[in-house]
Each structure stands twice: as structure tokens, then as C-alpha cells.
Design a binder for this molecule. Sequence first.
Ligand code: ATP
Ligand code: MG
Length: 231
Amino acid sequence: MKKMLELIDVKKVYNQGKTNEVVALDDISLTINEGEMVALMGPSGSGKSTLLNVIGGLTPVSSGKIFVEESDVTKLSEEELAALRRDRIGYIFQHFNLLEYLTAEQNVMLPLLIQGYSLNNASTKATTLLRELGLGGRVQHFPRELSGGQEQRVAISRSLITTPALILGDEPTGDLDLSSSEDVMKLFRRVNKENKQTLLLVTHSEFIGSLCDRVIRIDDGKIVENGELVK
Ligand SMILES: Nc1ncnc2c1ncn2[C@@H]1O[C@H](COP(=O)(O)OP(=O)(O)OP(=O)(O)O)[C@@H](O)[C@H]1O
Ligand SMILES: [Mg+2]
């Protein structure tokens, strides 16, 4: 089976050597194969966002290696990292990070435009995806004109629009009601099956966890459970 993601002894220490030093990731090793849909669970402050951020190359590690497919992200230059994020990774941030001066449609189009799509094609794809997530009537709205759950669905659309091989979701359904959460999980499962896309989804919900192939649990920067692939 092809590996999508491999972490080897990854350590992340914030404020190393200072009195406010925090060991956020404490020798994490794990492998996720292509086509797996994995939940990452653990208490607040256990290191979940940090783990996603080091995988996406947004935060440097203190030590260890992180392979996304064949690339060790800890060794890539800023340019190589940007290309990896643009072409291979879809990121759903815990706080959405939508561009406030762009409409919902434009936010979702942006990754395609960066990849060189025409305005027309990008617009068609973006509106189709937004409609699928129940936002057909909010395409021209700006983030400040949307509810938290609507903003979250725009952020989800933006992460999926380029069909990335790896989707990193930081509590992607955290602001959604049960019915919208189920719709999003169905969409995740569909892209997972149709395109073999790999998903790593942070969640506090055991229900969302139960919809994934396995659950990895971390506590205090350490893996305490690394569930087996059940399907
Ligand atoms: N930039 C930073 N500087 C210093 N410490 C940080 C920084 N970011 C996170 N931390 C610390 O690292 C630890 C892990 O934080 P992280 O955000 O990864 O937790 P989390 O599991 O995502 O929590 P939550 O469920 O609340 O989102 C926490 O103790 C936090 O205080
Ligand atoms: Mg977090």
C-alpha cells in the first residue's frame, strides 16, 4: 500500500529553553496510507493543530522527519513547500482564514486561479461545490456576511476545490450542526472513495470519529491510541 504520510520521531517544542517552554509534540511517529480517512482526537491543548501545522509545513519541527508522499517537508525550501501546499494539500484551518475582501465564490476560486485555471472554469467549479454544500444562495456574500457554519463550509470548499491528494482538516465540522456535519462527512467520504484522497480530520466528536476508518488519539503531545485500519 502506498504511504501518503509518514512522521518519524517528530518533536515540536515552542519557546525552547525559555521558562514558557511547551513540548507540543513529543516524538510522534505515525503512518497514514493513501486513501485512508483518519480522525485525530485528543483534549484541548494536546497538540492536534500543531501536528497539522507541521505536516503542512506551516510550523517548523524541532526534530524528526515528515514525509508527504516522497517529500520530506522538514527539508523543503519555502518555494518547494508552497508548491507542495498548492498542488497536493488541502488545508481547513481551525479559524477558517478566509480572505475578507473576497466573496465566498472568489475565496473558493482562488486555489484554482493560482494553479492557472481560467476565471470561467474556476467560477463554475466553485459555484458547483458551494451549491453542493448548501451555499448556492451565498456565493456573492463576503465572509463577514456569513454565519460561522457558512464560513466553515466555504473554507471546506476552498480546501477541496483542487482535488488535493491530502486533506488536513482542523475541526472541519466544529461549527456545524449535526445535519450539516453529516453532509460534510458524506462529501469527504465521496471524494475519498472517488479520488482516493487521504483525509486527516481533527475532531472532538466521537460520532465524527466513528465515521472515519480509524481514530488516532493524542494526549500531551504523545500518541495514546493508533487505531487499526478497519476497512
Ligand atoms: N505559537 C505557540 N507558542 C507557544 N505555545 C504554543 C503555540 N501554539 C500552541 N502552543 C501550545 O502547544 C500546545 C498544543 O497546542 P495546539 O494548538 O496544537 O492544541 P490543540 O490540540 O489543537 O487544542 P484545541 O483542541 O484547543 O484546538 C498547547 O499547550 C499550546 O498552549
Ligand atoms: Mg487546535
